[in-house]
Design a protein around this ligand. Sequence first.
Ligand SMILES: [Fe+2]
Length: 157
Amino acid sequence: MDGFLTWTPELSVGIDILDGDHQGFFELAAVLHDAQQADPVERHMVALSAIGLLEEYVEGHFLREERAMEKAGYPGLARHRELHQAFREQVAATARSYKEGDTAAAESLAQLVVSWLSAHIANVDHDYMGTVKPSDVDASSLMLLVLAASEEEVDEE
Ligand SMILES: [Fe+2]
């Protein structure tokens, strides 16, 4: 390994399905990071798919976490939602830079995901531990949650 951050057990929130989502983000970021070593065509193909998946994962996972906090009556939900929103905007801006031709933005995005996520899990997600129980968490696949998140977006328009 070249020092790229990975998920470690200290980052567990004690709920398998949420840990699984978090691990998925680290894996996706690692794919994006590793692709920087490939030839330009492959690098670009992988980057586009990884960025697309990442943006969808973000929506699905945040919906899962926010619904669980809501169900559990977690008092820090509003603040937590704002932090999710800020990250969503950072991801979107970095993804946009990449699509506009800034090739270095792919690596920036990979680094952003692992550094933000490590800090967010340790400092913010860990706060809902004890309040959010496994039974509060929607166990649907991430794919179905991505669809649910896009439906909510349509409803808001
Ligand atoms: Fe979170």
